[in-house]
Design a protein around this ligand. Structure first.
Ligand code: NAD
Length: 250
């Protein structure tokens, strides 16, 4: 299908929808300068992930974890929402989109003006840290300073537990409340728009399937094929910012 025809169809589906959900992956943030995981040049062309088990059992793994974190920290902290985030925020402001479910950990949906209570972060947030024992939250800046000055690994000042970025690593349990909210939103929406995700990481990638089974229309916007393209009524292969902006301008 021609690009302008796809955009017109997306625009029509948006207009017909009353309670849409937008589901985002790392692809929505590449236009803000944060690499995704699976594209060439993405994080996984450089590193293998450190899973949760390794983090909690090995001091070497924790050292490597924090080293990697601070190698990319500036990029994430300086990133600004792009046209894709702005378009999603506009749809939320207009009352068209009732929830933004994101696999991203960069906080850019909130930074673009989507109220916190409308953003469901399935994989946590990398802009702060917390204790794995008692949940106390920590700013990253003091952790960075002591790590870079003397190699100190952070432990909780309240309970002595391990401190980790507030993200969900491979092998770590999904956050229950966020999964509950995301599942409910997927079941209740009339339109599910999946944007910038390879749809390979489960259980997150089960949500478009759930929405479709519950009767929602499903559209996928990504620059390359995803694992769920066959399920969608419309698949748009394109860049996220320009495509969403064009769909909203119609
Ligand atoms: P992914 O890397 O598996 O998939 C991203 C997809 O987006 C790819 O298919 C890629 O082709 C596409 N894409 C990239 N830039 C695009 C653009 N400008 N326009 C259109 N398509 C574009 O990412 P995922 O599906 O989110 O899953 C991987 C995991 O990565 C998630 O769990 C997430 O927590 C984590 N992650 C998050 C960030 C972030 O917070 N910004 C960055 C990297 C990875």
């Amino acid at each position: 299908m021609h690009r302008s025809e796809s955009i017109a169809r997306l625009s029509e589906i948006l207009q017909a929808s009353r309670r849409a959900v937008v589901f985002t992956g790392a692809g929505i943030s590449t236009e803000s300068g944060i690499p995704d995981y699976r594209s060439p040049g993405g994080v996984w062309s450089k590193y293998r992930p450190i899973d949760f088990e390794a983090f909690v059992t090995s001091e070497d793994a924790r050292r490597e974890y924090w080293q990697r974190k601070f190698d990319t920290h500036e990029t994430v902290m300086q990133a600004k929402p792009n046209r894709g985030h702005q378009a999603v925020a506009q749809l939320v402001r207009e009352g068209k989109v009732v929830a933004v479910i994101t696999q991203n950990i960069d906080g850019l949906h909130q930074a673009s003006g989507v109220p916190r209570e409308r953003v469901i972060e399935l994989h946590g947030n990398t802009t702060y840290a917390h204790c794995l024992g008692c949940g106390d939250e920590y700013d990253l800046e003091p952790i960075r300073r002591s790590f870079q000055a003397g190699g100190t690994l952070p432990v909780c000042q309240a309970c002595g537990g391990l401190v980790k970025t507030a993200t969900i690593s491979f092998g770590q349990a999904m956050p229950q409340e966020e999964m509950r909210r995301a599942t409910a939103a997927a079941r209740a929406c009339d339109f599910f728009l999946a944007v910038g995700s390879s749809l390979k990481v489960y259980p997150a990638a089960g949500l478009p399937v759930l929405a479709k089974q519950a009767g929602a229309r499903l559209v996928i916007l990504n620059r390359e094929q995803t694992d769920l393209d066959d399920l969608a009524e419309l698949v748009i292969y394109g860049e996220i910012g320009p495509t969403l902006e064009a769909a909203l301008d119609r």
